[in-house]
Design a protein around this ligand. Structure first.
Ligand SMILES: [Ca+2]
Ligand SMILES: [Ca+2]
Ligand SMILES: [Ca+2]
Ligand SMILES: [Ca+2]
Length: 306
């Protein structure tokens, strides 16, 4: 899912303009909280546009690629301050057009349909960019509820001991049935007290390696097809899969874990500092959050089998 901020919030820049008669005119520039990116051959532009009236703010970064800002450290963070300069200018533009194309800054040839009425550029100030990577298993359980031992640290909860903490483990108990298919939250209310517990032993199916309590672990109930999926091994169709049938005790040991998909979301934010565009001055301005398809990715892991 794209990291979109659906709530439209206003960011206000107070624009102070001293007029001839000495009055101070305050103008508000109302931009969305998101910004976009366009990559050129040798540069990157971050920009945001608005209509009614049509305006844009843009930051051009020379010798920077989109890829550069996704290189996070071991803690999932990338931070860098870019100096605004003649090669990295920050621009405020106004347009006579009623609305602006969404790819305004993505054309190497200026769009002749767009009419710039004012273009104010500054070559001083700085831009602080932060990238934060978060990972999740999208297993239907909120990450904070996968803190099984409740100590506030998600990294030390690994129910099945496969090396993947539960919050990024789509099969928490390692039984080769995905958590999302073990009914951890039947009514989807975010409370797991009603999680399915087939054998009523107090351990919900998604954390129970032997779901039907028959003494044969779920992942070893692969009586029909040995494909790391006990859900398709059915001896008695009226009852269902053998791993949920306590009367079928055939054991065909699993030899591998399933491949796990881990969803990665990058939140990229920029704050602009010390801008003086003549009529617009600010010490710091929250440029917002990058809205781009590249901010969502995934990685695949197949844990080594014990
Ligand atoms: Ca695990
Ligand atoms: Ca999980
Ligand atoms: Ca499971
Ligand atoms: Ca159980």
């Amino acid at each position: 899912m794209r990291q979109l901020f659906s709530v439209f919030l206003f960011i206000n820049i107070i624009l102070l303009n001293s007029c001839d008669d000495g009055d101070i005119i305050t103008v508000e520039l109302d931009f969305d909280t998101t910004f976009e990116a366009c990559e050129g051959a040798n540069d990157l532009v971050f920009y945001k546009t608005k209509d009614d009236p049509s305006e844009s703010l843009s930051l051009l970064l020379n010798n920077v690629s989109l890829e550069d800002i996704f290189v996070v450290d071991a803690t999932g963070v990338f931070e860098k301050t870019y100096t605004i300069s003649s090669t990295n200018p920050f621009n405020y533009r106004t347009y006579s057009d009623e609305s602006l194309p969404s790819d305004l800054f993505c054309n190497t040839i200026p769009n002749s349909d767009v009419n710039i009425t004012e273009d104010i550029e500054t070559t001083s100030g700085s831009a602080f960019l932060t990238t934060v990577l978060t990972e999740d298993d999208n297993d239907g359980i909120a990450a904070e509820l996968e803190d099984i031992n409740g100590n506030g640290d998600l990294e030390d909860d690994d129910t099945d001991g496969d090396g993947l903490p539960n919050y990024i483990d789509a099969d928490d108990d390692g039984d080769n049935i995905l958590t999302k298919n073990e009914d951890p939250d039947p009514n989807s209310d975010g409370v797991l007290s009603d999680a399915l517990d087939t054998d009523a032993d107090g351990i919900p199916d998604y954390l129970d390696e032997d779901d039907d309590g028959d003494g044969v672990n779920t992942r070893n109930e692969e009586n029909d097809s040995q494909d790391q999926n006990p859900a398709n091994d059915i001896t008695i169709s009226e009852v269902g899969p053998d791993y949920l049938n306590p009367n079928v005790l055939t054991s065909v040991p699993a030899t591998a874990y399933r491949e796990h998909t881990i969803i990665q979301t990058y939140v990229i934010t920029i704050t602009i500092y010390d801008i003086d565009l003549g009529i617009i001055k600010f010490d710091n301005y929250n440029f917002g959050v990058l809205d781009d398809s590249s901010t969502t990715d995934s990685r695949k892991v197949t844990p080594s089998f014990p």
